[in-house]
Design a protein around this ligand. Structure first.
Ligand code: MG
Length: 155
C-alpha cells in the first residue's frame, strides 16, 4: 500500500464560475487560475501522483502550457488516475477536506463525491469529501479563497 497527500489553494476572482470536484456551485465567485481553478480536483491529483511517486500536477500539466489554459480539471484527474493505473496501482480510497468560509459544501457534497469517483473510475464509497471553515483565522478564514487537503491510498 502507498499513501499520498495533496494540497492546493486558490484565491477567489469575480466573474469566474466556481467548480469543485467537477461540480459547478452557484452564488459564489470562482477561483483565479490558469485552468478552471478546481482546487479540489488539483489536491486529489497531487495526492494520486504523490502516492505513486510520479511527481506533481505542475510537472504533468504545466500552467505555462496553452494546452491546459481553462482546462477542465476533471480531464486532468482522469489522466492522473490513468497514469497511476498504468504504474500498476489501484485506488483504495480518497479523503479530502475543503477549507473555506464560503460556499457551504453540504448541499453539493454527494454530487462532488460522485463526480470525483466517476473521474477516477472507482466506487463512490471510496471517496470522502469534508467541508470545514477556518474559524475566520488567516486569509482563508477571511474569505479570500479556498484551500484543500487530500489523502489517497493506493493498493
Ligand atoms: Mg491548483
Amino acid at each position: 500500500m502507498r499513501i499520498g497527500t495533496g494540497y492546493d489553494s486558490h484565491v477567489f476572482e469575480d466573474g469566474r464560475r466556481l467548480v469543485l470536484g467537477g461540480v459547478e456551485i452557484p452564488d459564489c465567485p470562482g477561483l483565479k487560475a490558469h485552468s478552471d481553478g478546481d482546487v479540489l480536483a488539483h489536491a486529489v491529483i497531487d495526492a494520486l501522483f504523490g502516492a505513486a511517486a510520479l511527481g506533481d500536477i505542475g510537472g504533468h500539466f504545466p500552467d505555462s502550457s496553452p494546452q491546459w489554459k481553462g482546462a477542465d480539471s476533471m480531464r486532468l484527474l482522469r489522466a492522473a488516475a490513468a497514469e497511476v493505473a498504468a504504474a500498476g496501482y489501484s485506488i483504495g480510497n480518497v479523503d479530502a477536506t475543503v477549507v473555506c468560509e464560503r460556499p457551504r459544501l453540504a448541499p453539493y457534497r454527494e454530487d462532488i463525491r460522485k463526480s470525483l469517483a466517476d473521474a477516477m473510475g472507482i466506487d463512490v464509497g471510496r471517496v470522502s469529501v469534508k467541508g470545514k471553515t477556518n474559524e475566520r483565522m488567516d486569509d482563508v478564514g477571511a474569505g479570500l479563497g479556498i484551500a484543500v487537503h487530500a489523502a489517497v491510498l493506493l493498493d
